[in-house]
Design a protein around this ligand. Structure first.
Ligand code: 5RP
Length: 228
């Protein structure tokens, strides 16, 4: 009898549970955003009494953490975190990622920067050779959106303003998101540094300076651990 296929939802649940092994008892854990992280948050509720709490990368994750009785700390109240656990839209063979599919990229980068280790949790569909297949999220100040879109066009990209219904999506920081297609990001470190200099760019969704140290990758054969 053929083994039944594992759903993507179950893969996310598996990798969410596997991430518990990276949580340091007695400490505050950095928590990302997205459907994979939601599985991690569900699993983390079981360790509630063994951690001090969490620093969260979005209003959505904060709400979920609090609903499960996990205290949430302001990032300014915490000097350093031992570990940050978050998903990704793409991850390459060196731990560089594209993130921001859930529009939380700026706060994700802030919490990643204050953490000693970034543990990425993802299913195998997120693994790529070269970043750029997933539309690259870029958080922008609304008055700069057109100009930034033109700068991407000059590099061969097509930027679209992310919408929510009939209006532009507004991030937790009150800004807008451009999703850029048509890019091949062969030098993620240089690309991230360059785009972050463009006036009006709040954060580009390439995480090369704040790359993953470990990736827990859910596959139908089990969770693989990649270290970078
Ligand atoms: C949110 C993110 C997420 O980590 C990324 O979009 C992956 O999400 P999911 O686990 O739902 O596939 O960067 O801004």
């Amino acid at each position: 009898m053929p083994t039944p296929a594992i759903s993507q939802d179950e893969l996310k649940a598996q990798v969410g549970r596997a991430a518990l092994a990276h949580v340091v008892p007695g400490e505050i854990v950095g928590v990302g955003t997205g459907s994979t992280v939601n599985k991690f948050i569900e699993a983390l509720a079981g360790l509630r009494d063994q951690i001090k709490g969490a620093v969260s990368s979005s209003e959505a994750s904060t709400e979920r953490l609090k609903a499960l009785g996990i205290p949430v700390f302001d990032s300014n109240a915490v000097e350093e975190l031992a570990v940050y656990i978050d998903g990704a839209d793409e991850i390459d063979g060196r731990g560089h990622m594209v993130k921001g599919g859930g529009a939380a990229l700026t706060r994700e980068k802030i919490v990643a920067a204050q953490s000693r280790r970034f543990v990425c949790i993802a299913d195998a569909s997120k693994r790529v050779a070269v970043l750029g297949r997933f539309p690259l999220p870029v958080e922008v100040i609304p008055m700069a959106a057109r100009r930034v879109a033109r700068q991407f066009a000059a590099q061969g990209g097509t930027a679209r303003l992310r919408m929510k219904g009939d209006a532009p999506l507004v991030t937790d920081n009150g800004q807008h998101i451009l999703d850029v297609t048509g890019l091949e990001i062969r030098d993620p470190l240089a690309f991230e540094s360059e785009v972050n200099q463009w006036p009006g760019v709040v954060t580009v969704g390439v995480f090369a300076h704040q790359k993953a140290h470990v990736c827990l990758l859910a596959t139908p054969e089990g969770v693989q651990t990649l270290t970078f």
